[in-house]
Every structure is written in structure tokens, then in C-alpha cells.
Design a binder for this molecule. Structure first.
Ligand code: BGC
Length: 450
């Protein structure tokens, strides 16, 4: 009830519009990372790709993303969050068109790096933008909408790949990815910069105007002093304070959470699902792709539940249930491969569905929510950059080593390894992650600094 009241009291149509525009960054992130899974089948003959070339076409996007994450810290600081998102939309359009129109392997690769670069930028700028415009009571739900958009982007790319696979029109698969970027580009002209960034740049009048459009009633006026306080360049928490033990602890916390999101293995499923289903006995390519689509749908549905729960039950409980559930699902999957049960195809489909659902409830959305809210404003964008950089780096490492691990340890050993890491993630959350539900960014900052 109190939550419903908070929703009614806190949101305005303009706020919702700005949040949706920023979540389009998530949709583009999901689409451009996953579109390759279906397109690769057609790219290989078109460009005479060797196995190694194929690996490069898939993973080079992640290298671009690492680069994008690195520069986005300075861009979101210098240009602001909204202009950085504008820049990323343009890069997304260029990348998608380059790949879609490419006739040589070099163009294809360059297009993939450029798309990855844009993905890296939005993975810092979108959640940051959303967290900074959201009222505290709705921040968890709004930032997790960004994760929902990622999952919808992934599902859309699976669907478009599937629909275009009849004609083998791989060019269109990539070009379709430019459409949400054009929509985002246009809409971004109608939303403003975030209040904390404006305060930080000394543009107080503009920041207050923006807050008036973002909030209902007058309750937000109480927060203005706190916002100005943390944004002031002369405030007492100078660099020495910021590198105090407590802040170093927060930096490490975000970094580990971001790494755990990847090393628990989610992208082995997102990028290689048809392959895993092939190992577990799905005999035709189309049945494996259909099973992949089901995984994509489950990913979206479970994320919807998480969006609904985040500001109600809090971050910690979702992370705990999520990581334990991932571990249990992976143990089942590993056992099915180990015992070579006759229902291995059904068991693998159900375990993977459960595993993806638990990721989508916990580590998927909550990582982005916490990364956007635990850092003090002064270091927020830089600290996010470091954590997101590690996220992409470990994503790359896991994707690169997955097939070798399967060869070396077998599917049973590989999934058991990810199960053990998921248990470690559970312990890490239980021991260290604080609850931030319902607190303003300024309150969280003062808890961390004092
Ligand atoms: C992760 C991605 C992953 C996606 C799956 C995101 O939170 O950062 O690496 O592909 O979730 O839904």
C-alpha cells in the first residue's frame, strides 16, 4: 500500500518518458550483443570464415565494449549523461549500418567494434542517468527497467534472427538494430540533463527547473540542499575522504559484484544456448533455436518479476535467492550430464530456464541497480566505469574460455564450476552487500562516508 502511494506521489509523465528513453540504451545493448548468435550461420559462408574468424566476429564486440566503458566515465563527466547517450545513439547507427552493408571481413569486424563501443558507453551512461533522475522509492524499479530492456533486446534479436533465417538475410538482422537507436536519438532531444550533474556544474537554476518537471508536489524541495551539498566542488569530502577505507571498500564491493555477474556464466547461455542444447540431444538446429527462444522469453518474464519486487523486498534478498537458485539449477544441469540420463534434453531445458530466471531475478538487474547507487557522486561515473570495464572484461574471458572448458572438463564439470562460483557469489552478498532500498542517493552517500 505504502509503495503504491509512493508511486502515485512520485512519478510524472515526463519522468517516465525520460526513464523509457534511457532504457532504450539497454534495448540496444541486448540486441547488439545477441544478434550475432543467429546471424553467424549466414555470415560464415558469405565471408568464408574459419572457426577462428567466427570466434573473432563474436568476441570482438566485447573488446569494443571494454573501450566504450573506459571512455564513458570521462564523457558522462565532461559532456553530461544525456549528451553521452546522444553520442552513443549515433555510434549505434553507424555500427549497425556498417555491418549491414559490409562486403569485406575488415568492414564487418570494424562495424562490430564500433557497435561494441556504443554498447560499452550505454552500459555506464543509461543506468547512471536513470538513477540520478529517479525518486528514491522508485529508483530500484526504474534502474531494473534498464535490465528489462536488455532482456527484451536479446529476445527481439533472437526473434528477428529466427524470422529472417528463412531468407538468410543477415544484413537486415543488423540493420534492424539501427531502428531503436534512431528512436532514442530523436527522443533524447526532448529530455534534459540529470539534476546531480547540473548541480555539480554549478547550474543550480536549471537543476531546480528539471526537478520541478521530474517530481510531483513539493516533497523534493527537502532534498535540494542534500543534492547541492554532495555536488558542491568545495564540499568537505575532498579526495582524501573519498579514498578513505570506507570508500575503497565500496569500490571493491561494486567491482566484485560486477565480476560475479559475469563469472557465474550467464553469457555462456545467452551466446551459446543453441550449442548447449545440441550437446544435450536436441537433434535439429531449428529445435535448438526454438529452445533458445524459450530461454529468451523466460529471461524477460523473470526480469518483470524482479522489477516489481526490487523496491518492495529490497536488493539483498533478491541477490541471495537469485544466486542460490542459480547454483542449484546448475548442479541439476551438471548431474544430468554426469548421469547421462535419458531425459537429458528435458532436464537441460528446465535447468537452463531455472538458471536464467534466477539470474534475471537477482544478479542481472540488481547489479546494475547497486552500481548506479552505491558510489558517492564525486566518483560515481569513474567508479562505475571501472566496475563496468571489469564486467565486459570478464564477459570476454568467460565467452572465450567456455568451449575450451567444455572440451577439457566436459559439460558436467563446466557447469559444476559455475555452480561453485554462484555459491561464492551467495556468500559474498550475504557477508558484504548492504541494503539500499528506499534511501536517497545522498543518504547512501552519507552512510558510506561517515
Ligand atoms: C548482463 C549481460 C547479459 C544480460 C542477460 C546483463 O545484466 O550484463 O552480460 O547478457 O544481462 O540478460
Amino acid at each position: 500500500m505504502a509503495y503504491q502511494k509512493a508511486i502515485k506521489e512520485n512519478w510524472t509523465p515526463y519522468l517516465l518518458f525520460a526513464v523509457i528513453v534511457a532504457t532504450l540504451g539497454g534495448l540496444l545493448f541486448g540486441y547488439h550483443t545477441a544478434v550475432i548468435s543467429g546471424a553467424l550461420i549466414f555470415l560464415s559462408p558469405a565471408f568464408h570464415l574459419s572457426v577462428l574468424d567466427q570466434g573473432v566476429v563474436v568476441s570482438i564486440l566485447l573488446i569494443g565494449s571494454i573501450g566504450g566503458a573506459v571512455v564513458s566515465g570521462s564523457l558522462t563527466e565532461k559532456w553530461g549523461r544525456q549528451k553521452t547517450l546522444l553520442f552513443a545513439s549515433v555510434i549505434f547507427i553507424i555500427g549497425a549500418l556498417m555491418i549491414g552493408l559490409s562486403d569485406t571481413y575488415e568492414w564487418l569486424i570494424t562495424g562490430r567494434i564500433i557497435s561494441g563501443f556504443a554498447v560499452g558507453i550505454v552500459s555506464v551512461a543509461s543506468p547512471l542517468y536513470i538513477a540520478e533522475i529517479s525518486p528514491p522509492r522508485l529508483r530500484g524499479a526504474f534502474v531494473s527497467l534498464y535490465q528489462l530492456a536488455i532482456t527484451i533486446g536479446i529476445l527481439l534479436s533472437f526473434l528477428i534472427d529466427y524470422l529472417l533465417s528463412d531468407t538468410g538475410n543477415w544484413r537486415m538482422m543488423f540493420i534492424c538494430g539501427a531502428i531503436p537507436a534512431v528512436v532514442q536519438l530523436v527522443c533524447l532531444f526532448f529530455v534534459s540533463e540529470t539534476p546531480p550533474w547540473l548541480f555539480k556544474k554549478g547550474l543550480d537554476k536549471k537543476a531546480i527547473q528539471v526537478l520541478q518537471r521530474l517530481r510531483k508536489g513539493k516533497g523534493w524541495l527537502n532534498q535540494v540542499d542534500a543534492m547541492k551539498g554532495v555536488a558542491s566542488p568545495h564540499r568537505s569530502s575532498d579526495w582524501k575522504t573519498l579514498f578513505s577505507r570506507k570508500v575503497r571498500f565500496v569500490l571493491v564491493l561494486g567491482l566484485f559484484l560486477s565480476i560475479f555477474q559475469q563469472i557465474t556464466g550467464i553469457n555462456t547461455v545467452i551466446y551459446y544456448a543453441p550449442k548447449i542444447f545440441e550437446f544435450s540431444g536436441f537433434s535439429t538446429a531449428s529445435s535448438a533455436i526454438a529452445a533458445t527462444l524459450i530461454v529468451g522469453i523466460v529471461n524477460v518474464l523473470a526480469t518483470v518479476i524482479s522489477v516489481w519486487l526490487l523496491d518492495r523486498v529490497g536488493r539483498r534478498i533478491l541477490l541471495l535467492v537469485g544466486s542460490m537458485g542459480m547454483a542449484v539449477s546448475l548442479i541439476f544441469l551438471s548431474l544430468a550430464f554426469f548421469l547421462k540420463t535419458t531425459w537429458i534434453d528435458q532436464v537441460s531445458l528446465f535447468s537452463l530456464m531455472a538458471y536464467v530466471s534466477f539470474f534475471a531475478i537477482g544478479l542481472g538487474p540488481v547489479t546494475w541497480v547497486l552500481l548506479s547507487e552505491i558510489y558517492p557522486l564525486k566518483i560515481r561515473s569513474k567508479a562505475m566505469t571501472v566496475a563496468v570495464f571489469a564486467n565486459w572484461g570478464f564477459n570476454y574471458l568467460v565467452s572465450l574460455t567456455f568451449l575450451d572448458l567444455i572440451r577439457g572438463l566436459g559439460p558436467e564439470g563446466t557447469f559444476l564450476l559455475y555452480a561453485v562460483i554462484s555459491l561464492l557469489a551467495f556468500w559474498f552478498v550475504f557477508r558484504f552487500i548492504p541494503e539500499t532500498k528506499g534511501k536517497s542517493l545522498e543518504e547512501i552517500e552519507s552512510i558510506i562516508l561517515h
